[in-house]
Ligand binder design. Structure first.
Ligand code: WTA
Length: 651
């Protein structure tokens, strides 16, 4: 954590309160604050009995012997139990009325649609599970998935889960270098990809990036390629195979492995404060329970609902709330391949109308774009099917929340602002839409079983309305288990800042009614367009360019993205600052990490502000990037004249 976060001041004051609509509450699973308080009390007083009671909802091949083994910071949940996530998401529904109901309704960006019923999805998953096996994958092997948002991505996830292979989904917007690093860090045996996907009217090619990455990935044996766009790709004989060819001869008979509850389900890389991305490890039983329960609690999902979470499966939101949570409840999931403004800004609303979407879950950054594009695009469409709206990924400013409720929800739909992280696996703080009165900008109250608190630097609970650090005081079933290959970093990064509690970098305030107001990251992580990026990784990418001597990256508040990326760069002696170099450096970062990390602004500077011990003072750079001047304490600054220079360079 940086030294700049000793005190957190909270400035947001919001008085508006919206009780749950009466009709909604009437039919909700949890339909009053009294019900919520009862569950919360039950979980607080006897957590293990509570989670055991909840876990009865899942299908277990064998029940657990011990609910929780906790040796801080290591948790094992439902020890001795045998379970399979894909069985819970598929097989379980085949015996019921859900057999021939839509599991996935998909729309490609060009406009074609596909529907897979539960029986069809089950057959496809079994076939692909057999394909994986035929190429040598077994329980415990890692499989990389680098794919567009097409049903095959969900099929591949579920097929891995079926045989106990641990998937490592890499977002399709990441570069070849980022893919290579993630494959190597987790030691993947196979990679599944596609020729490309469609976004904003053009093809985003994936296979060439895979070819580049696979030049230095010694553990990869095979690459499976889905034909999505039909563009030309190079296929390397003996290594590359077409998905459709392998599937043709593959049997749809593939019983789900009876896996131990703690079997590794997936690794997903996310940005941390220092060093390379962290491979967050999630396991089977606890993760499934967390996503299953929260999908029911927070979305109050019904069998008749068409549910749409707009996240890409490349992020944790897509894992938990496109694939595992909703399918485990037997829901109908809508999935879309492309951009929200293709061919025009009404695309999302058109699809909500066409498919009769009832529950819509998206990110504040998207809502701010909708707001900017104007409400006429929304108003053109009949959105009366909607009954619940959700947001995730970053703090939502109250005005965007109000706009969402009014323009998209027509003042009828409850809005659930859900706080959670890659590490938490499932939603932690959020309203229960039939019970919790909502306040614009607040994620409201912790879910039952989540012991959240706001503490001072010294680890003591702070008083109402004081800012502090958001911690979780008890283990929960869907928590991360470790960082892949680096358990020490897990212990240090999450469990050492505040003794006995989990901390992953967010500041928060709790109001008099116990409502949580998340204030965003307090560490060197930038939340840009709802994506977590580490300043450190972008700096490393910049410094890997021959012209760059040193770089410091900070976030600057941005109306649309949440935070814009600003890089301060000092050059090697023989290189001169120029607009061409600025563009080249932006391209370089996109090449190293992906376009999502491309700096919005690059400022050249002779030197960077440092402490006497040589640490770059990002706090000062943040102030300069935001307001153009520095008001805070500069007594630890080694060379005060650097501030003058930075200011002068700005003018
Ligand atoms: C931020 C995404 C405020 C937060 C699920 C967290 C939020 C990080 C909210 C996790 C919210 C997520 N209100 N901030 N409702 N949801 N965040 O790992 O800073 O990509 O630590 O997981 O996003 O991002 P991640």
């Amino acid at each position: 954590m940086s030294s700049s976060t000793q005190n957190i001041d909270s400035v947001l004051h919001e008085e508006r309160v919206f009780p749950p609509p009466i009709d909604f509450a009437k039919r909700a699973r949890i339909s009053s604050m009294e019900d919520y308080e009862n569950l919360r009390r039950e979980a607080h007083d006897a957590p293990e009995a509570f989670w055991a009671r909840m876990a009865e909802e899942l299908h277990w091949f064998k029940k657990w012997d011990t609910v929780l083994k906790w040796e801080e910071p290591h948790a094992e949940w439902f020890v001795g139990g045998r379970v399979n996530v894909s069985y819970n998401c598929l097989d379980r529904h085949l015996e019921t009325h859900r057999r021939n109901k839509a599991a996935i309704i998909w729309e490609g960006e060009p406009g074609e649609t596909r529907t897979l019923t539960y029986a069809q999805l089950h057959a496809e998953v079994c076939r692909f599970a057999n394909v994986l096996k035929s190429l040598g994958a077994q329980a415990g092997d890692r499989v990389a998935l680098y794919m567009p948002m097409i049903p095959e991505l969900a099929i591949a996830c579920l097929a891995c889960a079926r045989i106990g292979a641990t998937h490592n989904v890499v977002f399709g917007g990441f570069s070849a270098e980022a893919l290579r690093d993630r494959i190597n860090d987790s030691g993947c045996k196979l990679v599944v990809t596609a020729d490309g996907g469609f976004r904003r009217g053009s093809e985003i090619r994936l296979k060439p990036a895979v070819d580049e990455a696979l030049q230095s990935t010694p553990t990869i044996e095979h690459c499976i390629v889905v034909k999505r766009t039909g563009s030309d790709v190079a296929m390397q004989q003996g290594r590359d195979e077409w998905w459709h060819e392998l599937m043709q001869n593959s049997s749809s008979d593939c019983p789900a492995e009876e896996l131990p509850s703690e079997h590794p389900l997936f690794i997903l890389y996310t940005s941390g404060t220092t060093g390379k991305p962290k491979g967050i490890l999630h396991t089977t039983g606890g993760y499934l329970l967390g996503t299953h329960l929260t999908t029911q609690w927070v979305f109050d999902i019904r069998d008749t609902d068409v549910y749409w979470c707009t996240a890409d499966i490349g992020w944790v939101t897509g894992h938990s709330y496109v694939v595992y949570g909703p399918l485990s409840t037997g829901a109908t999931v809508f999935m879309y391949e492309g951009a929200p403004n293709h061919p025009d800004p009404s695309r999302f609303w058109k699809m909500i109308e066409r498919h009769g979407v009832n529950i819509f879950y998206t990110a504040p950054t998207a809502i701010r774009s909708f707001l900017k594009w104007g409400e006429e695009w929304v108003r053109k469409h009949d959105l009366s099917s909607l009954r619940l709206l959700g947001t995730v990924g970053e703090p939502i400013n109250p005005e965007a929340w109000m706009w969402y409720r009014k323009v998209v929800g027509n003042e009828r739909c409850p809005v659930v602002d859900t706080w959670w992280q890659t590490e938490t696996g499932a939603i932690m703080i959020a309203p229960l839409p039939g019970a919790t009165p909502t306040k614009p900008g607040s994620a409201t109250l912790p879910l039952p079983g989540v012991e959240a608190d706001v503490v001072s630097k010294a680890g003591e609970s702070v008083e109402a309305n004081a800012g502090g650090y958001l911690v979780i005081r008890r283990p929960w079933p869907s928590m991360l288990r470790t960082i892949w290959g680096d358990d020490e970093r897990y212990r240090k990064g999450y469990w050492s800042e505040f003794p006995g509690a989990y901390f992953a970098g967010d500041g928060a305030r709790r109001d008099r009614e116990g409502y949580f107001w998340i204030m965003g990251r307090v560490d060197d992580v930038i939340n840009t367009s709802g994506h977590r990026l580490s300043t450190m990784e972008i700096e490393s990418a910049l410094v890997s360019h021959e012209a760059v001597a040193e770089a410091a990256v900070v976030g600057r508040p941005d109306d649309l993205k949440g935070s814009a990326i600003v890089a301060f760069v000092t050059l090697e002696g023989q290189h001169a600052a120029s607009d061409e170099l600025r563009e080249e450096l932006r391209r370089h970062v996109a090449h190293e990490i992906g376009a999502l990390a491309r700096p919005d602004e690059i400022r050249f500077s002779d030197m960077l502000p440092k402490t006497r011990s040589g640490k770059i003072m990002r706090r000062l750079l943040r102030e300069i990037a935001t307001s153009g001047s520095v008001a805070g304490d500069v007594t630890t600054l080694e060379d005060i004249s650097v501030l003058e220079k930075l200011r002068a360079e700005e003018e």
